[in-house]
Ligand binder design. Structure first.
Ligand SMILES: Nc1nc2c(c(=O)[nH]1)N[C@H]1C(S)=C(S)[C@@H](COP(=O)(O)OP(=O)(O)OC[C@H]3O[C@@H](n4cnc5c(N)ncnc54)[C@H](O)[C@@H]3O)O[C@H]1N2
Ligand code: MOO
Ligand SMILES: [Mg+2]
Length: 409
């Protein structure tokens, strides 16, 4: 199956998760399940932008003839205080940045442009320059009017969105539930990361890499113990996990080896196989199946293939359950930074590094990009798409790149 077809097929089984109400401070990375509308204008009152004096600009017109104007100071307005004294002709109130501008005032003169004089117990402020109406005042509703759409359903919540919601006192938000994703690796050779190395064995790195990828995608990983290559045990684990979690991801045992059990598993025991071979490399053995509407992704055991298989198939499914609109990795056009000579009949997703050189986006393939290679995953920020038609790609040519989550730091 071609990659886009396999992606569409897998995600067609996924539905947006249920909704839940959570605290605003817990909502980073979550997706809004309803439109949010401004319950009041923002700012809710005309606000001073300077520490200074609230005045009537018409009182200062005489300054244009070189005259100094003296206004009687009738109040002091700190932030949070509403003055009850209107500014009539000849009057001014001392006001602080962020405080509500008193009735009658239409401009604020900054403190540095004023002089003070006290005469018979009365304070006067002296002004030398005229001022435009509205100067240093942020009008009510400057940013938002009551009823304006604040955030659309499907918006992913980050610092800017949290600021908007907090501004309006929206301390509980309705978001889509995070999918819970069960992970287990298969392989008799696998040691737990806490165990000492033994001859011929390796530590189970995929489970932990996948848990990290699931978290990045917005899901909640549940790490299950790795299992040996035993089909009956694997079947039991898969069934239990599918009963319990929203999505199940396994790694290993999907190729044609004597101990590759997953191929048989996904074609038996009430599972419907969606695909077991995708025209891509790494990850050609990526397999997906469905049982009672729940998805099982059986990814390759090779770390590079496991990583890419997750990004292309599992991540979009998690994002769809989360209610996100953009399911797939961002695709950009870049210049190839070095020749890439490997050819085959499948589309290659080559790990690479992105850089902006002289204003152009350049993608350089990793020195080691074999499916079995783990070390360059951490050094990559894109997957360079090399289609099979490209019989050897040359430095400088235009290529499509899929930008990896967290690229550019
Ligand atoms: N005769 C053929 N051999 C292979 C083919 C093929 O088409 N014909 N395909 C190759 C491709 S492509 C890939 S990819 C791998 C797929 O292997 P499996 O998915 O069956 O995975 P395993 O056999 O279980 O392991 C492969 C490799 O990965 C290591 N591994 C497994 N699990 C983990 C883990 N949790 N953490 C770290 N590393 C893991 C395992 O030890 C092996 O080295 O098959 C090719 N062969
Ligand atoms: O599936 Mo393998 O990863 O194509 O290299
Ligand atoms: Mg194998």
């Amino acid at each position: 199956m071609q990659v886009p077809e396999a992606q569409a097929l897998a995600t067609s089984y996924v539905h947006v998760g249920g909704e839940e109400q959570i605290r605003l401070q817990d909502s980073d990375g979550r997706v809004l399940a309803s439109d949010m509308v401004a319950p009041h204008p923002f700012p809710a009152f005309a606000r001073s932008g300077m520490d200074g004096y609230a005045v009537r600009s018409s009182d200062l017109a005489a300054c244009d003839q070189g005259e100094m104007v003296w206004l009687k100071v009738v109040d002091q307005i700190p932030c949070g205080y509403v003055s009850s004294i209107p500014i009539k002709q000849g009057l001014a109130s001392r006001i602080m940045t962020g405080a509500q501008v008193p009735e009658g005032a239409d401009a604020v003169v900054m403190l540095e442009a004023t002089e003070l004089r006290v005469k018979e117990g009365v304070t006067y402020v002296g002004l030398k320059r005229s001022i435009d109406t509205g100067k240093n005042i942020t009008p009510r509703g400057f940013e938002l009017q009551e009823g304006d759409l604040l955030l659309r359903k499907g918006t992913c919540i980050g610092p800017g969105e949290i600021s908007v919601l907090a501004t309006f006192g929206i301390h509980q938000v309705k978001v889509y539930r995070q999918p819970v994703v069960g992970i287990f690796s298969t392989g008799t050779e696998l040691l737990d990361i806490t165990e000492p190395l033994e001859p011929g064995k390796i530590r189970n790195s995929n489970t932990y890499m996948l848990a990290s990828q699931i978290r990045e995608a917005g899901g909640v990983p549940v790490i299950m113990e790795a299992i040996p290559d035993d089909i009956e045990l694997a079947r039991q684990k898969v069934e239990e996990a599918l009963g319990e979690y929203d999505i199940v991801v396994t790694t290993g045992g999907v190729s044609v080896g004597d101990y590759d059990i997953m191929g048989e598993l996904v074609t038996s025991g009430g599972l419907d196989m969606l695909f077991n071979k995708v025209t891509m490399r790494p990850g050609s053995v990526t397999t997906a199946a469905v049982k009672d509407g729940k998805l099982l992704f059986a990814l390759s055991g090779n770390p590079g293939a496991c990583y890419v298989g997750f990004l292309l198939f599992v991540r979009p499914s998690i994002r769809k359950m989360l209610g996100m609109e953009q399911l797939y990795l961002t695709e950009w056009t870049a210049e190839l930074g070095a020749d890439y000579s490997k050819v085959n009949n499948f589309t290659r997703f080559v790990r690479g590094r992105l850089a902006v050189i002289n204003g152009r986006l350049v993608a350089t393939p990793a020195a080691l990009d074999e499916s079995s290679v783990m070390i360059t995953i951490k050094d990559s920020d894109c997957l360079i798409v090399v289609p099979p038609e490209l019989r050897g790609a040359v430095k400088g040519q235009s290529v499509q790149v899929l930008v990896l989550p967290g690229a550019f730091g």
